[in-house]
Design a protein around this ligand. Structure first.
Ligand SMILES: [Zn+2]
Ligand SMILES: [Zn+2]
Ligand SMILES: [Zn+2]
Length: 255
């Protein structure tokens, strides 16, 4: 499995419009610190499985025929806004799989264009794409949201955003599966009474419970970047703050 982060930011992205904090200044000056809408891809040969569609230039990034399927975590705008221009394309329909959400986002279901929205798969029941077993798992968010557990027989990866903590069933399932890689929503620095998204506290707690070889933080706000810049906050050795375009070769993580 070749996994790549396409975006690692929260809805505001980094730099945040008009902000002059150290993280935003840094991202203005050095493009590698910028964070686009939280999304990723898994590549198998010439084909890609997209995880969310927040980038609005998917039509430029992915030539016709290179998107096998789009997996959606949920229908918040920062995760689906790229579907709005893509849907009016003239190409073979692209299957879209997402959580059971009758509303979707705006008029996507009413006017899907070349997007083929498939019935929502049942959680904890695997589906198979490009030889990869993919299991949707429920998450805790303000809209119906699922994470995905990927297993290609050699290595495994859990992609878990957007969420605050994990539902007990999801935690149990993942503890049994023991993913090699865990990618987790970590939207903000530690703060009291978080809502809808993990702070650093919940994210590190989940990584500790799942004990992967590597845990990656994503859906990152400029506040978290600024916090990590200013605070001498030691992260555990197996925890990595993800960056846009960063790749994970999951086979390297085999023990
Ligand atoms: Zn800022
Ligand atoms: Zn969301
Ligand atoms: Zn989000």
């Amino acid at each position: 499995m070749q996994f790549q982060f396409l975006g690692t930011g929260n809805a505001a992205q980094v730099p945040c419009y008009g902000c002059r904090c150290p993280a935003c200044e840094r991202a203005m000056n050095v493009t590698t610190f910028r964070r686009g809408p939280c999304s990723a891809k898994i590549q198998v040969g010439e084909k890609n499985i997209l995880i969310d569609a927040g980038h609005t230039n998917l039509t430029e990034r992915f030539p016709v025929g290179t998107i096998n399927t789009i997996l959606l975590t949920h229908y918040h705008m920062d995760h689906v806004q790229g579907l709005f221009p893509l849907r009016w394309g003239k190409a073979t329909p692209i299957p879209v799989i997402g959580p059971d959400d009758k509303e979707g986002c705006d008029d996507l279901f009413k006017h899907p264009g070349m997007l083929h929205f498939l019935p929502a798969p049942e959680c904890f029941k695997p589906l198979y794409l490009l030889g990869i077993e993919i299991t949707p798992v429920p998450l805790n968010h303000s809209k119906p949201t699922v994470g995905y557990f990927f297993n290609d027989g050699e290595s495994s990866l859990a992609y878990l955003t957007d969420t605050l903590g994990l539902p007990e069933k999801t935690m149990d399932f993942l503890q049994q599966q023991r993913p090699d890689i865990v990618i987790i929503d970590c939207s903000s620095p530690p703060k009291p009474n978080p809502r809808n998204h993990n702070t650093l506290n919940e994210a590190l707690d989940i990584i500790e419970h799942l004990a992967p070889q590597k845990g990656y933080l994503t859906h990152i706000s400029h506040e978290l970047d600024a916090f990590l810049l200013s605070a001498n906050y030691p992260l555990p050795d197996n925890v990595i703050v993800a960056a846009d375009n960063e790749k994970i070769d999951t086979t390297e993580n085999m023990t």
